[in-house]
Design a protein around this ligand. Structure first.
Ligand SMILES: Cc1cc2nc3c(=O)[nH]c(=O)nc-3n(C[C@H](O)[C@H](O)[C@H](O)COP(=O)(O)OP(=O)(O)OC[C@H]3O[C@@H](n4cnc5c(N)ncnc54)[C@H](O)[C@@H]3O)c2cc1C
Length: 388
């Protein structure tokens, strides 16, 4: 019988403590100031890179820490818990780093992984298209062979961090597979390639990390821009999408912890009717409820990461979807309750609670919406007919 435990390893707990310590030197105020000034968080990004946290899941021979998704998810969660959520961690090391580690050639790994690991070569990820939306099977970004080269054409939307990235891992389909079931092909496209353009989308999220519309017009790429097999199919893509869900859950859980921590502290201090507002169950119970919901989401996310790191992709897929759902719900509710606890201060810039509303609300939409997770669970976990 193998021993099972519900406690993370001492090593993982120490990792959390160290990341929290590093991130606390920056903190929420610093992060929001950068966002409002239109500046970036490059300093923090490079520092976590130098410390080995950014590439903790990347194989050691390519400059990483040789850890798993559970490790990088712990880093992401602790940063967010200190008020410094880094969305590009979801994309660069977790999606792109994983796909290249699993399916890249040795030469491709040497070219891209060290920069992903130390933060000097960030990679964005582009699958979403304006017309296809949630239905990624309908993407039309197309790769055509021209001699030794590929020529890429298409449109992408909501792509995070293109302005901070050297490359974008673009999901396309080959010309001879234009219709029918999607056989996704993955291309590394330099952001300075001719024919590649990114336009920022004004968003309500208070974050230095921006979303972009991407225009790909006759972008010429060398043969080895293709990562993995042309006929590799969905498996190669899902190698990156399950980590994405686990990371998105970690991101939400971290933000939820941040908001709840602030709310509990405020509820202990703020006195209105002769007693701290936290002595009223109307304030205490919703916060207690959030604590429970966050812990449940965390536990599910640790399970998803453990399954993924053990190589059980199928079970990890189900758990990652559930964890992502639970984390988004827990985060939206926790932030809403934190705003309520702060009263008028909940809407002020000084206390920073309302600024979290849109960031956490986005987690019900991206990277996979709550409806699509419910569709997945209805069909795969409950055996109900496919509804989409
Ligand atoms: C902040 C942010 C960052 C993002 N970053 C990236 C990125 O870096 N790279 C990238 O590729 N994408 C990114 N995305 C895109 C994101 O993955 C999509 O927004 C998401 O998949 C939803 O697609 P959509 O916006 O086109 O919504 P739509 O597909 O138009 O869906 C609209 C609504 O209809 C619902 N719906 C659709 N079909 C069904 C159905 N069959 N059953 C039930 N409900 C349904 C959806 O759940 C949703 O609520 C980002 C999005 C956001 C908001």
């Amino acid at each position: 019988m193998t021993e099972s435990t519900f406690t993370e390893s001492e090593e993982r707990q120490e990792l959390r403590r160290q990341v929290a310590k590093l991130a606390s030197r920056y903190g929420r105020e610093w992060f929001v100031e950068r966002a409002r000034a239109g500046e970036k968080t490059t300093e923090l990004w490079l520092e976590i890179g130098r410390a080995g946290y950014l590439g903790i899941n990347v194989p050691e021979e390519y400059g990483g820490g040789g850890g798993g998704i559970g490790d990088i998810a712990a880093v992401c969660e602790e940063l967010a818990a200190q008020g410094c959520p880094l969305l590009l961690m979801v994309v660069s090391p977790a999606i792109c780093g994983t796909i290249i580690s699993r399916y890249g050639t040795d030469e491709q790994k040497q070219r891209w992984l060290p920069g992903i690991a130390d933060g000097t070569g960030t990679m964005a990820f582009a699958i979403t298209e304006p017309d296809a939306g949630t239905n990624s099977h309908n993407i039309t970004t197309t790769a055509r062979r021209d001699g030794d080269e590929w020529v890429l054409n298409g449109r992408k939307i909501w792509i995070s961090g293109v302005d901070e990235a050297d490359n974008v891992l673009v999901v396309a389909r080959t010309e001879d597979a234009r219709t029918g079931k999607l056989k996704p092909c993955l291309f590394v496209v330099p952001t300075d390639a001719e024919g590649f353009e990114a336009r920022p989308i004004p968003m309500e999220i208070v974050s230095p990390e921006k979303q972009f519309q991407v225009f790909i017009d006759d972008v010429r790429l060398p043969a080895d821009a293709l990562v993995g097999d042309e006929d590799g199919g969905l498996v190669q893509l899902f190698a990156g999408l399950n980590p994405e869900r686990i990371m998105a859950a970690a991101f939400s859980i971290g933000l939820a912890r941040h908001a709840l921590g602030k709310a509990a502290a405020y509820a202990k201090e703020r006195t209105v009717f002769k007693a701290p507002i936290g002595s009223h169950q109307a304030i205490a119970h919703p916060l207690a409820q959030s604590h429970i919901e966050i812990e449940l989401a965390r536990l599910m996310n640790q399970k998803a990461a453990a399954l993924y790191d053990a190589g059980d992709d199928l079970a990890a897929g189900e758990a990652a979807n559930m964890a992502k759902y639970a984390a988004a719900e827990a985060a939206c509710d926790a932030v809403d309750r934190a705003v309520q606890t702060h009263g008028g201060n909940g809407i002020s810039q000084e206390y920073g609670m309302a600024g979290l509303l849109v960031a956490t609300r986005a987690s019900r939409i991206a990277p996979v919406s709550r409806e699509m997770i419910l569709n997945f669970v209805a069909m795969h976990s409950l055996g109900l007919p496919k509804s989409y």
